[in-house]
Design a protein around this ligand. Structure first.
Ligand code: ADP
Ligand code: MG
Length: 256
């Protein structure tokens, strides 16, 4: 069965896009046909897998939603085997307003994904830093959600709100949605605060926290500017190793 995974947290800068790019790439490297859908107008997931802005004028998520063309018409291949992408453009910012009076507005992305044939084993959705229209559409379309959490001060702030949104989506809109897991990101083992955040999160959420922890790793922050996921930029880096571990955990995770 196809697995649709949202990478969501309404906080910005917690590692959503980094996780969407690198989990997609590591799943693809395990020969799982994967589609990365960039749902953030900033388009960082698109550029992170090597898509140039001027190449996706009629091939992007906004174009598919507004013109009601099938997703397969806007899917682009990447230079990575087994990985395709639906890019995001700046126009996506306006979609919430443009769809304001549309019926079933929260189900638009789900409809597009449902039309895809069985070609993809994984669909990964990179959500924007808000709980607005696009994140809601992503959650409604998903079988599970991964929540990246930065190991910093105030890490858990806003998490309660996110969890109640997930519960609401599950009861009202998508009974199949499960919490795939919380992913600790930008972990620094030398930092007491990092270790404390990790302990706190594990004591609150128990086995819903991935064993894999993503370390703070400069190679991870460099790779997007080369349009490459970390495993194609520096396979030996700690960032690459941790995202390969995450892919294994995701492949074995019963909640996903
Ligand atoms: P979000 O999508 O949640 O806003 P990003 O994935 O864009 O977050 O990450 C925010 C910034 O932090 C980016 O500049 C990114 O390159 C950097 N970053 C993300 N994860 C790591 C990490 N594990 N180590 C170092 N830098 C990271
Ligand atoms: Mg992002």
């Amino acid at each position: 069965m196809r697995k649709v995974i949202s990478i969501a947290n309404q906080k910005g800068g917690v590692g959503k896009t980094t996780t969407a790019i690198n989990l997609s790439a590591t799943l693809a490297s395990a020969e799982k046909k994967t589609l990365l859908i960039d749902c953030d107008a900033q388009g960082n997931a698109s550029s992170g897998v090597g898509i140039q802005r001027d190449k996706c004028q009629e091939k992007n998520l906004y174009y598919a939603l507004i013109n009601r063309v099938p997703l397969r018409d806007v899917i682009m291949p990447t230079c990575i085997p087994y990985l395709d992408v639906v890019a995001a453009t700046q126009d996506l910012v306006g979609i919430e307003v443009e769809f304001a009076s549309l019926e079933e507005r929260e189900k638009q992305l789900k409809k597009l994904i449902r039309e895809l044939d069985r070609e993809y084993e994984f669909v990964i959705l990179d959500c924007p830093p808000s709980l607005g229209f696009l994140t809601l559409n992503a959650l409604v379309a998903s079988s599970s959600v991964i929540v990246p959490l930065q190991c910093e001060y105030f890490a858990m702030e806003g998490l309660g709100h996110l969890m109640s949104t997930l519960k609401l989506v599950k009861t009202r809109l998508n009974p199949f949605l499960s919490l795939g897991g919380i992913l600790l990101t930008m972990f620094d083992s030398r930092n007491l605060l990092s270790r404390r955040v990790s302990e706190d999160v594990r004591s609150h959420f128990g086995n819903h926290v991935f064993n894999t922890v993503i370390p703070r790793n400069v190679r991870l922050s460099e790779s997007p500017s080369h349009g490459l996921p970390i495993i194609f930029y520096d396979i030996k880096s700690r960032g690459a190793v941790s995202y390969m571990e995450l892919a294994q955990e995701v492949l074995n995770c019963k909640r996903i």
